[in-house]
Ligand binder design. Structure first.
Ligand code: DP6
Length: 362
């Protein structure tokens, strides 16, 4: 599949005015995307669990207009948010070729996140995927015979142009983004549902997000990705990620939780090792990030638990564990890990299925 296949055939549209709403989840990468080229293309393949509790709800109001050019306003929790508008403008510029009606409408984008804005949880994956689905819902009204599979694929393709990891939030519970020899159908252009057998050990997998540092990141992901261009370990890192994804295939099939832990924790630490060895270098982990990691490893050694950690580009810790260990691990988090969190806060999440359309006004 090439970009050309996402350029629609319709020219004019009779759609005048309306609204669509979608709720789209965040996702947590097991094998990380870190480094990109061209127009939002990944240097290596990545795989993530789609989440369910951390999500963005977006309503897109549209009205046909006569003038040329983009016309949109963004509202967060009902309040105009001009800070979000440059990112949306860049997104619109990138996708205009594929969504030719963009300049023909005035848009009002209303968005709310289920997680607090100051939580340090990135809303770009959930936000961009929700907006991409809203636009696809409009396109569906213009081109009636679009198949659902194509709608999801193009939504992921569009979401990627807003934020790479957003391409992995359209479907669930496991999504691969990036071309990989061992994953049939994988593409740099969009995310695909993981196509192979997954052991029930990974059903309803749990992710408790421990809020260690709720402030703005000192270095954005965009800057971090760019620092991979001249990074001394870049090529090894991209090769490592692709190998880790190959390693995961039998692990997911056989439900090998010990091997899963090895891959997932190595990926988290490799991601941060890239940050710590780039020029300029930087550290996003905080002392409490390390304290939590140490406690998780101690708990595992003492109890035989299969709990593990992963990290995003920030100080927060995602604590991953199988559903059959839920009670014991939640107790451990509450008693032992929560004291390392800002205001003792953490969010209980689990794997999910991806975007859902919701009635407008809810
Ligand atoms: C560390 O998707 O936020 O979360 O494409 O520049 O928007 P942009 O980057 P983004 O990068 C996320 C990186 C990561 C790892 C991952 O989710 O794979």
């Amino acid at each position: 599949m090439t970009e050309q296949e996402f350029i629609p055939s319709y020219v004019a549209t009779s759609l005048e005015k309306g609204s669509v709403s979608f709720t789209s989840p965040s996702n947590i990468a097991l094998v990380k995307y870190w480094g990109k080229y061209g127009e939002q293309l990944p240097k290596n393949a990545s795989i993530s669990f789609t989440l369910s509790q951390c999500h963005t709800h977006t309503t897109l109001h549209y009205e046909k207009k006569a003038s040329e050019g983009f016309d949109f306003e963004v509202y967060l929790d009902g309040v105009r948010e001009p800070n979000f508008e440059p990112k949306i403008r860049t997104f619109f510029e990138r996708i205009q070729k594929y969504i030719p009606f963009l300049a023909q409408y005035s848009f009002r984008i209303e968005t709310t996140n289920s997680f607090p804005h100051s939580s340090g949880i990135a809303s770009s994956a959930s936000g961009m995927s929700a907006l991409a689905m809203c636009l696809m819902a409009m396109e569906r009204q213009m081109e009636e015979n679009l198949e659902e599979a194509y709608v999801f694929k193009k939504a992921s393709f569009l979401a990627r142009l807003g934020s790479g990891s957003a391409s992995r939030s359209i479907e669930g519970p496991l999504v691969v983004w990036g071309e990989h020899n061992d994953i049939e159908g994988s593409s740099n252009l969009f995310g695909v549902k993981y196509p192979y057998e997954v052991h029930p050990n990974f059903d309803d997998f749990q992710d408790a997000i421990l809020l260690v540092d709720k402030g703005e990141k000192q270095v954005s992901s965009t800057v971090g990705h760019n620092l991979m261009h001249d990074h001394p370990f870049a090529e090894q890192r991209f090769a490592q990620a692709n190998t880790q994804l190959s390693n995961l295939i039998p692990i997911l099939k056989h439900g090998d939780l010990d091997a899963f832990i090895d891959v997932v924790e190595a990926e988290a630490l490799s991601l941060h090792a890239m940050m710590m060895t780039s020029t300029p270098n930087y550290v996003l982990m905080k002392p409490n990030t390390l304290a939590i990691i140490e406690q998780i490893r101690k708990f595992r050694n003492e109890t035989g638990s299969k709990v593990c950690f992963t990290l995003d580009a920030g100080a927060n810790v995602h604590v991953l564990f199988p559903a059959f260990e839920k009670d014991r691990v939640l107790q451990f988090i509450k008693n032992t890990l929560a004291p390392f969190c800002k205001s003792g806060e953490y969010i209980e999440d689990r794997t999910g299925v991806g975007v859902i359309q919701t009635p407008v006004g809810q």
